[in-house]
Design a protein around this ligand. Sequence first.
Ligand code: NAP
Length: 306
Amino acid sequence: MSSSLKGKRALIFGVASDDSIAWAIAQELAAHGATCVMGYQKRFLSRVLQLFKDKPWIEGYLECDVATEESVAGFFQQAAQKHPGNFDMMVHAIGFAPATALQDEVVRTTEADWNTALTVSSYSLVRLTRHTMPVMNAGGAILSLTYLGADRFVPGYRVMSAAKAALQELNRELAYTCGREKQVRVNTISAGPIRTLAGSGVPGFSTILDWMKHASPLARNVNQVDVAKSAYFLLSDLASGVTGQLLYVDAGYSIMGVPPDLDKLLGQAAAGTPPAPPTTPAAPTPASSPASAGPRAQPLIFGQKK
Ligand code: NAP
């Protein structure tokens, strides 16, 4: 068993900028000797070309929109021609929901926005895995990225919560199928909030970052490198017996049952001060709420837009 990735090849989907988690993972795999073929979305072509320039460990990059079967099939056809040979790893670091779905309560999500979010963020793992398996070496590994909003209610994460919950279930389904078929392992990392293009699209993201730093056991946020190191573990032989698992890389935030300094927060609530992490402004509360109501959330109004 070796932790070196020398001679191993990875397919990486989800690099949009140098802040992307996928970019950190690709660099970590390369640092251990792997080479990568990248899938990119056309709209950020100039940005990713700049990023991919002069990186000898990048074998090539091909356009891939996971929303359509034609685009993914085209990616794999071109990869077979331009970068032939089998792969050992596949990274799915893709998430997307239309802005209209993120700006409103889930109860008002349109069917079209729901379908887009779940196709791009969840079904795409099935699609990419189906196309990857024929060119995956036995003993290879697949990795996706998820978020705590799949397990618990996170205000603002909205339709993405359902999309990530579906992804986490697919992680188990695919682990069984790919394991039986080819000894391929499939795992997912639940990353803490990190400022990226996708992350910044979540309403209230800065407050979530502040709160996590305040409340997590490590009293800090995680970054792309934290996630990339765990990704390397799961994608390498170091995790040879690990499949179908969800690994939290979140500075421990997910273990917390109640916030630290709960007594202080309750004291603030009793005094009518909305609880908030110390470094951030409090979330807006309806002016009409009685001060004695304690911690207050935005009410969900059915049938009528607030
Ligand atoms: P990011 O840099 O914006 O990466 C998201 C990627 O998804 C982008 O490369 C984006 O490409 C791609 N994508 C969206 N629609 C696509 C499509 N139709 N076809 C192909 N690619 C598409 O953000 P990130 O934070 O690194 O996100 C990576 C993964 O980590 C996502 O699954 C995300 O949900 C997950 N995650 C993020 C956080 C966080 O706080 N940042 C926390 C937990 C989990 P375009 O931008 O070109 O569309």
